[in-house]
Design a binder for this molecule. Structure first.
Ligand code: SIN
Length: 276
C-alpha cells in the first residue's frame, strides 16, 4: 500500500488497496486511513454493486436517499446522472450531505461510472481545520449555539435534473437543529458543522445577526487552503467522512462552453450519529 497526500488540509489517494476483497481484518486499516485523512481515494476499482454494498456495510447501516429513487435491485445505491445537455450538477455548492437529518450520514462512498474528458472534479474541505482557524470573536459567539438545517425540498434533488427520479417524497421538507460545533464521535475533535446549502439560521440570536454571521462563516469555510481537489477517472472510489468535511461537485463541463458531457456516479451513505 502506498499513500499519496493530496493537500496539507485533507485527502489521500491510496494505491495498491483493493476495496472488493476487503475483510473485517483490513477494514480497521481503511477506517484509520479515513479518520486520519478525512477523504480517501482509490482508482481502478472493479467493484460490483454487491461489493459496494458490502464495503458500505462494514462502516454501518447503508441508508436510502431521502428524495431519490435508488437502483432497481439496490435501493440504497443512488445513481447521480448529469446529462450531457444539462448545466446543473447534483452536489454543486458546498455542503455536507443531508445535514438536515436528525442523524446525518457519517460516511459517503462515491464511485465514478462515467467521467467527462475535462472537468467534473470534486473539491473536499476540512471542517476541523475550519473550526481551528475561525476568527476568535465568531468562535466565542457560536461555540455553544445550535443552527437550523433544512433540506431544500425534492425540487433541489430531483426536478432540476432530467435523469434523477423521485422516490415519491415530492413536496416533503425535512429540518433539524444541530450544535454548530459538533464533536467527532470517534476522534473527539471539534468540527464546524454548518454549511451554505442546508444551514438556514443560528438559533437564539436575531435573524439579521444570524444572516451576517453565517455569511462570514460560509466565506471562511470556502477558503481554498482548507481543501483538496480530486480529478476523477472511471472506476475510482472516494470514501469521505461526512461528519468533518464538506464537498463541492464542480460543474465546469456544461454545454454553454461547448463542453456538453455526461457524468455518472454511484453513491451510498452510511447512517450516522446525532451530532453532539
Ligand atoms: C454529492 O455531492 O453527493 C455528489 C458529489 C459528486 O458527484 O462528485
Amino acid at each position: 500500500m502506498k499513500i499519496n497526500i493530496l493537500s496539507g488540509a485533507l485527502g489521500a489517494e491510496i494505491l495498491n488497496f483493493s476495496l472488493n476483497t476487503i475483510t473485517n481484518d483490513n477494514f480497521k486499516i481503511l477506517n484509520d486511513l479515513l479518520l486520519e485523512h478525512k477523504v480517501v481515494f482509490f482508482r481502478d476499482q472493479n467493484i460490483t454493486p454487491e461489493e459496494l454494498m458490502y464495503l458500505g456495510s462494514l462502516f454501518g447501516t447503508v441508508e436510502e436517499h431521502a428524495y431519490v429513487k435508488g437502483l432497481e435491485n439496490f435501493p440504497q445505491i443512488t445513481r447521480i446522472v448529469k446529462a450531457a445537455n444539462e448545466k446543473n450538477q447534483w452536489g454543486e455548492g458546498w455542503h455536507s450531505d443531508v445535514s438536515y437529518d436528525l442523524k446525518p450520514c457519517k460516511t459517503i462512498i462515491l464511485r465514478s461510472i462515467k467521467i467527462p474528458p475535462v472537468g467534473g472534479d470534486t473539491v473536499f474541505s476540512n471542517m476541523e481545520l475550519a473550526w481551528e482557524t475561525l476568527d476568535k470573536d465568531i468562535k466565542n459567539i457560536i461555540h455553544d449555539k445550535k443552527a437550523l438545517h433544512e433540506s431544500n425540498g425534492s425540487k433541489f434533488f430531483v426536478e432540476n435534473y432530467s435523469q434523477m427520479e423521485s422516490n415519491g417524497t415530492l413536496g416533503e421538507k425535512y429540518s433539524n437543529e444541530h450544535p454548530i460545533v459538533r464533536t467527532h464521535p470517534e476522534t473527539g475533535n471539534k468540527i464546524l458543522f454548518v454549511n451554505p446549502t442546508y444551514t438556514k439560521k443560528i438559533l437564539g440570536i436575531p435573524e439579521n445577526d444570524s444572516n451576517k454571521l453565517l455569511e462570514k462563516i460560509f466565506r471562511h469555510q470556502e477558503r481554498l487552503d482548507l481543501s483538496c481537489r480530486f480529478k476523477w477517472t472511471d472506476n475510482a472510489i472516494a470514501i469521505l467522512d461526512n461528519r468533518c468535511t464538506q464537498h463541492y461537485a464542480i460543474a465546469d463541463f456544461y454545454p454553454g462552453r461547448g463542453l456538453g458531457h455526461e457524468r455518472i456516479m454511484d453513491r451510498i451513505a452510511i447512517v450516522g450519529d446525532q451530532p453532539f
